[in-house]
Design a protein around this ligand. Structure first.
Ligand code: PEP
Ligand code: MG
Length: 362
């Protein structure tokens, strides 16, 4: 594994000897994956797939898919998106060869995909053969007052399962291709976002499994893969025991878990949070450091209930807190298997994980 050079590199080697938790990264571009590997990331804990869909070469097909009124139209658009999605994952699996990669199925705020400018509408109309008037009506129907609490995460997979089917197919096809090419096993970890009930997870896992089986049947090859869930809603944390009977790993999405536990919008918190910290209402910015009394309790409880239902359940964290030393210390105490943070925070996380482990062993 590449190491950082000089004294800092030596310090990192010492840190690695002292730590128990693995350090993964949140990365979705080949460039970020390469940087994270250089910094010693031991896998990807969160590969978000939303930005891939914003690629200017793909956005018209994405809009066509979202705005289509029927499954046939959505499938036609997804068929166009599949090859590029497959090559996204091929590149990532290649760079991360030999390391675990968790890919999260689509979790967009839907409104960001909708067309706004007249020329966007014209492009979609041309590609889909649907009139601009119909497209505008559809955009009106899809409008949400609060997209962060709206039609996102696996809710999108429940209403349009064909999106997750395309992504799962792309992941499995890419994993088979890279395993062939490198001779190394690729074990993709497919993650379902914003799960709230066991049934949601069950339905989404069935979509993934069906897509994987179709790829295996067509290629005559097989590989192992895992299907797990984000725990980022209080209800999911409370139901962790039941969910763990179905899910093969948990990753704590502490950004959304903080937003939904405290009822504070992650996008608007900046307007008043500093006053809250100054006046001692909250000890720290809860979007930076895990709010131990609220979110922390839910994380511990979910870890406990999850592991009671499935011994050895793999547990990680992929919210921003995964790169914050105080939160990393909390994760060590809670017994998580890994933290995942942005590429440039990987060295900090390696050090913080070692400090936490050493402190815990005293
Ligand atoms: C989270 O909610 O903590 C998370 C990692 O997902 P995202 O930030 O993409 O919502
Ligand atoms: Mg989230």
């Amino acid at each position: 594994q590449p190491q950082l050079a000089g004294d800092f590199g030596t310090l990192m080697v010492w840190a690695d000897k002292g730590r128990r938790m693995k350090v993964r990264t949140n990365a979705e571009t080949p460039a970020d994956c390469a940087v994270a590997r250089e910094f010693g990331a031991e896998g990807i804990g969160l590969c978000r797939t939303e930005h891939m869909f914003f690629d200017p070469a793909r956005i018209t097909a994405v809009r066509q898919m979202i705005l289509s009124e029927n499954e046939k139209g959505r499938r036609a658009a997804l068929e166009r998106l599949l090859p590029e999605q497959r090559s996204d994952f091929v590149e990532i699996f290649r760079i991360m060869s030999g390391l675990p990669v968790t890919i999260r199925l689509l979790d967009p705020p839907l409104h960001e995909f909708l067309p706004h400018r007249e020329e966007d509408y014209q492009e979609v109309a041309q590609a889909s053969g649907v009139s601009i008037d119909v497209l505008k009506r559809r955009v009106g129907e899809l409008h949400e007052f609060n997209p962060m609490l709206g039609h996102r995460g696996c809710r999108l997979g429940i209403t349009y399962p064909e999106i997750y089917e395309m992504q799962a197919r792309a992941i499995i096809e890419a994993a088979l291709a890279v395993a062939d090419e490198t001779g190394e096993a690729v074990v993709p970890e497919i993650m379902i976002p914003l799960v709230m009930t066991t049934r949601e997870f069950e339905l989404m896992k069935a979509v993934v499994d069906k897509a994987a089986e179709a790829v295996f049947a067509a290629s005559g090859k097989r590989l192992d893969y895992l299907v797990g869930t984000m725990i980022e809603l209080p209800r999911a944390a409370l139901m962790a025991g039941e969910i763990a009977e179905q899910a093969e790993f948990f990753s704590f999405g502490t950004n959304d878990l903080t937003q939904t536990t405290l009822g504070i919008s992650r996008d608007d918190a900046g307007k008043f949070l500093s006053a809250y910290v100054d006046k001692g209402v909250l000890p720290k910015d809860p979007f930076v450091s895990i709010d131990v009394d609220g979110v922390g309790q839910l994380v511990s409880l979910a870890a406990e209930r999850g592991r009671a239902a499935r011994s050895g359940l793999k547990l990680g964290i992929c919210g921003e807190h995964g790169g914050d030393p105080a939160s990393i210390a909390f994760c060590e105490k809670t017994g998580l298997d890994y933290v995942s943070c942005s590429p440039y925070r990987v060295p900090i996380a390696r050090l913080a994980a070692a400090q936490a482990a050493l402190r815990a062993s005293k």
